[in-house]
Every structure is written in C-alpha cells, then in structure tokens.
Design a protein around this ligand. Sequence first.
Ligand code: ITT
Length: 207
Amino acid sequence: MGETTTILFVTSNQGKIAEAKEALRPYGIDIESYNPIPEIDEIQSSDLVVVAADKLMKAASNSNLSSSILGVMVEDAGFFLDEYEGFPGVYSSYVHKTLGISGVLRSLKGIENRNASFRCVIGIHIDGENFFFEGTCNGIVSDEIRGKNGFGYDPIFIPNEGDGRTFAEMKLEEKEIFSHRAKALKAFVSFLEEWKQSPTSNHGNGS
Ligand code: ITT
C-alpha cells in the first residue's frame, strides 16, 4: 500500500489493539491507541452498528487529530449465544465482568445447543465521513475453560473453521485466520486501497 498510514484506535481494550496491530501491519497500516475519555460512554442498543456509530461520533469529536493520523477507528463487538437468542451480544462486556466465563459455562450446563458467534462492527471516520465494516466468526462453546491467550470469551470459544482448540489456545496470528475482528479489518483494508485511488482522495496515487 506504499507509505505507512496511521489510524487512531479509540478503545479501552488492549486485546483489540494487539489484534488490530497484528492484522494491519502487513498492509503498512499502523495503529496508534487512545484510551477514551469518560465522556465516551456506550449507549445501550441491541444493534452493534448503532453502538459503533455512537462511539464513532463521540470518538471523532473528542480526539485531537494530528496531520499524521488518517482517521479515527472504534469497534463494537459481542459474543452471541444461539440458545439465548443472541444474549449477551451487545451486553457482552457487562456479562463478562459480572458472570464471567465460568458463569456462562454454568448457565449452559446440560444444554445441547452450544452454538455461538463473535460479531464485530468497526467504524472509521475518514475525511469527515463515517464507514462501517462487519465481521462474524461462528463456533461452539467449549465444555471447560481452555487456554491463556487472548481476552474476554476466548477461553470458551471454539471456532468452527479451526481444529478444535479455543481461541485462547491459539497464538494471536492463528486467531487472526478466523476472527470476526480480522474479517472486519480486511474489509476495511480493501476499502482503503480503493479509497486511496479515488480522485476525491488526496492521500493516494489517484490524487
Ligand atoms: P471498547 O468499547 O473500549 O472498545 P470493550 O471491551 O468495552 O472496549 P465492547 O463494548 O465492544 O468492547 O465489548 C465487547 C466484549 O465482547 C469485550 O469486552 C469482550 O468481553 C467480548 N469480546 C469481543 N471480541 C472478543 C474477542 O475477540 N475475544 C473474546 N471476547 C471478545
């Protein structure tokens, strides 16, 4: 993609930052992280896109953008259980802090349907416009907590496309092969490559 591009990722989640850096590095995109100031509270909505759009609006207006930053990025993600019609979904962060992954496992004890998915929506504010990219990873909930890597629900999630290990048993670069986040970031990279070539952009060869 030519010279390095820097994106400001506004998030309090170190795991998201590590994964975004790893996924975007091969494309010459660098992530600068910014821990949101208290005003960037999340609104409550059952829709990841609505939450991401609200986060993006607050992040873009609260971030001090230097000329070296191309855009501001936020992400809203969740863990969706089929048995509970998607719950915890947008409430994943809260459920993780309160029940924890052991509580989720207890609640599924004896339940046959262990299908689950991770979904994420990445929002990017670039040149005064907002763009959104989505990614999903389907899998099942393990019977026990396994592995030490990653964060959040990783120790109880086995992706369908994998080899039976949980995300927490995989190295970061292995999780990136299947993850919802990596899929959304890939969609962003494709968009950025086209956007940089567009005549209205003054950041690429097309200008
Ligand atoms: P920011 O809003 O500051 O970005 P957050 O952790 O609060 O950070 P979310 O509101 O998007 O992020 O919450 C999503 C929760 O879903 C997150 O806290 C994890 O518990 C879980 N989650 C999302 N992606 C995950 C992943 O790749 N692996 C494990 N758990 C994940």
